[in-house]
Design a protein around this ligand. Structure first.
Ligand code: HEM
Length: 96
């Protein structure tokens, strides 16, 4: 999954934080696979993806309205853990 989601031939500059890339063209079902690929009923795809994406949509709006800073932390991701998670989690400070 890490290789797929960081494939330069698909994403050009996969390590750049450039969310606008997803507005540039439609993303096919099995191109971006943070929760596995294929059909959840028959393949290796997380059945919780709909719930997760719904929660992220709600969270994104709240985060955009909050004030906070992101302190120094270890945001590297181990390829040995599923689901993936930054080593320090994602720590926010000074939340208002
Ligand atoms: C950021 C959140 C999540 C990530 C990154 C994630 C990722 C994954 C991945 C990679 C798999 C393995 C797919 C495979 O190779 O077969 C998986 C399986 C699974 N996930 Fe998630 N997941 C997330 C959230 C959730 C949530 C919220 C639920 C439940 C509401 C859920 C339920 C499951 C279940 C039950 C499986 C096992 C499916 C099976 O083996 O038949 N996941 N998930």
């Amino acid at each position: 999954m890490y290789g797929q989601n960081h494939d330069e031939s698909l994403w050009g500059d996969p390590y750049a934080f450039r969310p606008g890339r997803f507005l540039e063209r439609p993303v096919e079902r099995d191109e971006l696979i943070p929760q596995g690929g294929g059909d959840p009923a028959t393949g290796h795809r997380c059945p919780g993806e709909g719930v997760t994406v719904g929660g992220l949509e709600a969270l994104a709006v709240r985060l955009a309205r909050m004030e906070y800073t992101v302190p120094e932390q270890n945001l590297t991701i181990s390829p040995h853990r599923v689901p993936t998670r930054p080593h320090s989690g994602v720590l926010l400070a000074g939340i208002r």
